[in-house]
Design a protein around this ligand. Sequence first.
Ligand SMILES: Nc1ncnc2c1ncn2[C@@H]1O[C@H](COP(=O)(O)OP(=O)(O)OP(=O)(O)O)[C@@H](O)[C@H]1O
Length: 570
Amino acid sequence: MHMSEIMEMLIRRGFLWQSFEIYGGMAGFIDYAPLGNNLRRKIENIWRKYFVINERAAEIDTPTIGIEEVFIASGHATSFTDVAIECENCGRVYRADHYVKEKLGIEVDETVEAVKEVMEVYDLKCECGGRFKDPAPMNLMFSTTIGPGKGKKGYLRPETAQGMFVDFKRLANFFREKLPFGVAQIGRAYRNEISPRQGVIRLREFNQAELEFFVHPGEKKHPHFSLYAKDVVKLVDKFDSQHEITLEEAVEKGIIANQILAYFIGKTRRFLLEIGIKDEKLRFRQHKDVERAHYATDCWDAEVLTSYGWIEVVGIADRTNYDLKRHSKFSGEDLSVFVPYEEPVKVKRRKIVPILSKLGPEFRQKAKKVAEALEALNVEADLDEVEVEVDGEKVKVTKEFFEIQEVEEEVTGEKVIPHVIEPSFGLDRITYSVLEHAFDKDVVDGEERRVLRLKRWVSPIEVAVLPLLSREPFESKGMEIVQMLREEGIFTDYDDSGSIGRRYRRFDEIGTPFCVTVDHQTFEDETVTIRDRDTTAQVRVKLGELPSILKELLRSEKDITEFGEVFRQV
Ligand SMILES: Nc1ncnc2c1ncn2[C@@H]1O[C@H](COP(=O)(O)OP(=O)(O)OP(=O)(O)O)[C@@H](O)[C@H]1O
C-alpha cells in the first residue's frame, strides 16, 4: 500500500482536497471534502463522548484570534519557535531538525547552537548545492492587526488551550471552585510551519481537540483510573527503552510520572481504538528532556504508524501551573482556587497589626491598601521594617506603623493554583491515520477490490440504497427507502448507475458498511437485502424492520447473519 495510492483515492472519492487547487494550491492547507468532513465530525463527536461527556468537564468556544498580551504571557511570543535554515543561493527555507534528519539521518536538538554545529561538522548543503546562512529561530505564529490603521497586534492562536486558561477565573466559578474539573475546546489552530512538505500531516491551519484537566497539585490522580489500570500499552520512555506494560505497573515503576497522565494515556488509547486506529500501530512515546515544550514537566505523545512513518497524533502533557501563573502575573488577576480542608486546622502565626491612626496621615489614600497588604504578611521574627506591594509599587513601612502579635487562627482551607493535565489531539492527523489504517485490498469473486474497513460508526455514508435495476418500480421503491432511512437519522446515499457489482465496489471503496438492495422479491413480500462490506454476506430482512436492524448494526460489530435469512454468503 502506498501513500500516493491512498491520496489518489481520497481526492477522487471526495475525502480531502488541496485548498486553492484552481490557483495551484498552497502547502499546509487542505479542504475537507464531503466524505472527509463527515468522517472528521463523527470522530469529533466520539471524542466529545470520551473527553467531555464522560468527565467532569465542559466544552467552550473562544476566538481563534488572540490579543498579543495572551501570547506574551503564555510564552509563545518568544518561545514558540523552530530553528530555520535558509539557502543563500535559491532562498529556500527549511525546518532545520527535519532537514538534518532527512539528509543525515540524525536527530539534532532544536537549538541554534546544536544545528550550527551539525551544519559545520557535516558541511550541510541545500538540495540545490547552495550554502546555508546561519540558522535562526523562526516564530510559528501568524500575526495580524486587529482594527484599522495601526490597530492592535494579534496572533492567530497556535493552540486552543490559551482560551481556556484566559477564562480560568470564570470557569473555576462555573465549577463551584471544586477540583478536579476539565475544560475542552475543539477548533482551529494555526502554525506558520516552515516547510510543510508532509501533505496532510503538517498543516498551517489545522483542527485540535484539547482538554485542560485542572487538578490539585498534590493530587495527580483520577477517580476512574481503575477503568484503565490493567490495560497493556506500548511505551517508549525518554531513554528509548520500550515497555509493553499495564498502566498500573508503569505508574508504580515511575515510568509515567503520575496516575492522571496514565489515566489519559489509557483513555486516549481506547478512544483511538474505537475510531479504528490499529493497536499494533499505536505506541506512546515520552518526550526527552531537551524536547519538552517550555511549559511541560512530563509529556507523552500517542504515535501512530502510517506510510509517513511514526507520527505524533496526540500530546499528553503535564503543563503544571505554568500557564495559570503566567496569566495571573501578566493580568494581575488571582487565578487560584480556594480548596477547603476536610477539618479546619488551628495555626499559630505572627501577624502584623497595622496602627491605622499612624498609617492614615502618612500614606493618605493608599493607607487602606497598605494596611491590608501588611495584614496579609507572614512574619517569622520581629522586624524593624517591611516592604509591601501596593498597586504594583513597592512601599517600605517602618515599625512605628505596626505591631507584631502572635495569634492562633482557624484555617479552613488554602488557595492553590491548580496544575493542568492536557491531552491535545490533532484531528487532521487522526482522521488521516484512521483512513490509512482502514485502507485494504482483497479478492472478491476472483477480482481485486479496494475496501475501506472503517468502523461502522465513523463511516461517512452509513447505508447505500441500490435498486437492482435502474428502472421503475425499482427506482421509486429505492428512493422511498432512502427517505425512510434519512428520517431515522442514518446517513444514506442512493446509486442506480452501473452494474450492481460495480456499485457495491464503489461503496466498498469509501467504506460504506451496508448496502440495501431492492430486488424482484421486494415487490412480492416487502423484503430487501442487506450486504455487509467486510464479509460481502447478504441477508434478507423485512422492510419494516430495516431501520432498527441497521441502527443496531451501525452501533455494534454484530454479524449481519444474526439479523435475517442468509441470502448470499461469499
Ligand atoms: N502543523 C500541524 N498540522 C497538523 N496537526 C498538528 C500540527 N501541529 C500539531 N498538530 C497536532 O496537534 C497536536 C498537539 O500539538 P503539539 O503542540 O503537541 O504538537 P507538536 O509537538 O508541536 O507537533 P510537531 O512536533 O509534530 O510539530 C499534535 O499531537 C498534532 O497531532
